[in-house]
Design a protein around this ligand. Structure first.
Ligand code: GLP
Length: 259
């Protein structure tokens, strides 16, 4: 795992966008996208690169991590709609190549299986963008999620629903259930790139990067992945014990060594 500490959130977003840009330029055609506020700066920078640096998403198949159960894809707070707003609308990502679980499927278990099948057919994901919840969740894999989990229905914790109330207006409007890619599903992506910014993420980042690998901190599963990059700002890095070493690695990166 590589940890990149950036001065601020904008710099962290530009760093992740740069990693995505390079991957697409080198032929990656499958991207995993996260929602939440953390990746929004990344999507804005990718849209800017599309406008000014000829970055194209035309050949990209994009997979979302999750969808709220009960929300149709047209609901303004659905994960589908967030990505349509942030990336499909502002870059040339083909809406027909945007894949996600349906929040309105009559049989969520069958829908989860369908989405897993879709990932198998069109995947694997070349590069997966991730955020992290303050309790260490990735996707919507709440603490306690099996490290071997696949796409399935999950019940959100009250903390996560309270956190996400900022998008919905009131906690009562936040659905209680979701369909989310599992931790093992996420781990099949070739490259995991997690972005976290702000002081409220410092504890989760430290637990994920330097704590034990445990279902109690789902993001700690990144420690088992062969190619994981964690991009944080100074505030989110503040509880990392090995900060000095991560900075040393960045300063002395051998020529040609990649993220
Ligand atoms: C949400 C999403 C995650 C996201 C996380 C953090 O619940 N399902 O994909 O990473 O919570 O959100 P934010 O980036 O807004 O802090």
């Amino acid at each position: 795992m590589e940890v990149l500490i950036r001065p601020d959130a904008d710099d962290a977003a530009r760093t992740v966008a740069g990693i995505v840009h390079r991957a697409l330029a080198e032929g990656v055609t499958t991207l995993g996208l996260a929602t939440g506020s953390s990746p929004l700066g990344v999507y804005r920078d990718l849209a800017r690169r599309h406008r000014h640096e000829s970055l194209s998403f035309a050949d990209v198949h994009a997979f979302l991590l999750a969808e709220y159960l009960g929300l149709p894809p047209t609901h303004p707070r659905s994960c589908a709609q967030v990505i349509r707003r942030e990336l499909v609308g502002s870059a040339d990502l083909d809406p027909a190549r945007l894949h996600l679980p349906s929040g309105t499927a009559a049989d969520p278990a069958a829908e989860a299986r369908r989405f897993e099948h879709c990932l198998t057919e069109a995947g694997p994901v070349g590069l997966q963008i991730l955020g992290i919840g303050v309790n260490g969740h990735i996707g919507f894999n709440e603490p306690g999620s099996s490290l071997a989990s696949r796409t399935r229905l999950k019940t959100l914790t009250d903390d996560t629903r309270r956190d996400n109330a900022r998008f919905f207006g009131s906690v009562d409007d936040v659905p209680r259930h979701v369909i989310t890619q599992g931790l093992a599903t996420i781990g099949e992506a070739s490259h995991l790139v997690l972005i976290a910014t702000g002081p409220h993420k410092a504890r989760a980042v430290a637990a994920a990067v330097e704590g034990p690998v445990t279902a109690a901190c789902p993001a700690s599963v990144l420690q088992l992945h062969g190619h994981a990059t964690v991009v944080v700002d100074e505030l989110a890095a503040s509880q990392l014990e090995q900060q000095a070493y991560y900075r040393c690695i960045a300063r002395h990166k051998p020529a040609g060594q990649r993220y």
